[in-house]
Design a protein around this ligand. Sequence first.
Ligand code: ADP
Length: 599
Amino acid sequence: MEKRNLSISTQNKLILLGLVISTLLIVGLAVFAITNIQQKISEVYSGFGEILTKTLAIESVEITKDVQEFDKFSTLQAHTKSIMDSNNEIAFIEFQNDKNEVIYSSKKDFPNRAKQALITSSSQLLADNADGIKINIGKVIVGLSGGATKDISHATKNSMLVVFTVAWLVFTFVILINTILITRELSMLHHGVKKISTGAFGYTLDDKNTSGEIKDLINAFNDMSLRLHQYEEKNVDQLTLERNKFEAVLMSIVNGVVVCDNYDNVVLVNNAAKKMLEVEDEQILNTKIQMYCDTDGELCFKEKIEQFKDTPLDIMENKPLEFNIEVGDKILKCVISPMFSKNQDYVGYVIVLIDVTKEVEIDKMKSNFISNVSHELRTPVTVLRTYIDTLYNHSDDFDEKTNKEFFEVINKEAARLQKMVNDILDFSRLEAGNVKVEKEMTNIVPVIEQEIKCMQVLAEEKNITFSIIKEPNLPDIPINVDSIERALNNLLSNAIKYSPENGRIKVRAELAKDPAYVEISVEDQGCGIPEEHQKKIFERFYRVENDTHTVKGTGLGLHLVKITIEKHHQGEVFVKSKPGDGSTFGFRLPINPVENVEE
Ligand code: ADP
């Protein structure tokens, strides 16, 4: 959430400062104007007092000039009274003779004369003597109460105060209104800019109630926003296209790809990776890769990612970190390499996942093969050496029957050795892929009968009996007799090998369900093969290793049968088996194969 700033903004500070300064200015102006007006009023008032005094002096001399001496006082008194009655401003009038003695004084009945008579002015009383020369006969002093000035200055002060207060209020109001308007427009702009910053390009502001520079600013903002919108649309199309291309490539890669950012969050994962890691988008996207658990619930990436991060980047770049993890029944090889931006900044890492289940299995099988072959070779070689050594040194001590028995064992072991060597040689020959297989139209039944005959000796050792079920009038098929013989030999010797004593082996030669094929099968009553092994049994080096399958071998026999039948004869091999009940191995050969396969 946005943190609200409670301190006064610079703009508000300026407004407050402006208000204070304008208030001070207005108050100062008001004080100056009022003082000035009061001074002027006092000056005018003093002038009025002087004129009044002078007029009174002249009038008083004039009215008493022709009056008898004893009437002078009453005349002056009557005149003074009429003047004082007609003018409220006069506080007192005093007449003095030329010796400054008061000859007459009249005052209004104010409680405090001094207070009332704020301004006093005096004027000489000048009269003509017998020669017509003006002489000073005394003076008149007039005291003015100053009530008018007080009233005027009071009224002026009040009206000035009203005027300036109103002016100040109007000024403040205008400033406030202006501020509110500007703030409203600014906050409108602020809102708009915020919208743009969140990616809402094309957002426009309403310029209806605005004018002047703010209107220009809003128009410029709207223009900018629309341009950004157009630019974005153009770019988004371009980017979407690029991204679609990139995603299509990424998604169609057979290897798994997991992209993590600098904080170990998974930002991209392709279909192959999801399948390999057995996860959906929502389970892995935006989660830390270290948190991924394999099927045993182990954090299989955690340690390796830490090791990756602890290693300098240049080392990781040249020699990415490789390790294997197990997910379900798959073995995945993981390769972690750092990821850089165009500017060579480290932005995360890419994990490439490669399904190496088969390779690891083959590696395992290869090492098993070597140990099996060595074991298989050691037994006949040891037997042969012992028997030959015995015969060489003691043949004269044995009768003919014992010698014959010795030779029989030597012969059997030599045959076993030969078969094994042949298997290995065939395997390397067939794997090399440059075998030429000549075929001729052959009736397969005699070939089968001949092979069974060859196996008879081996079968008799375990008291195993053969039965042949052959369909009459089987068509001739194009085969390479030698290689088909070897294939039959492998199936028959396996059937004998894995059958119990006194077992029975059924060999069938018939038309397959699809009449375009001839089907040959060998059924035994042996230990059988569990379902999960049946799919893999024809793979090279594959052997079933458990309690019931204790017989040693190379794991090549069935693979050679498969190559002979499927690669060289365009047929197909099959197996049906139930553990404990026995197995049926066989193959189907086409009567009219399409010869287009490289031999
Ligand atoms: P090997 O030399 O080990 O016999 P094969 O390729 O001939 O090699 O056979 C592969 C595996 O298939 C054997 O190890 C064995 O476990 C199993 N197998 C082959 N034939 C039979 C059978 N008739 N009955 C039971 N298991 C068999």
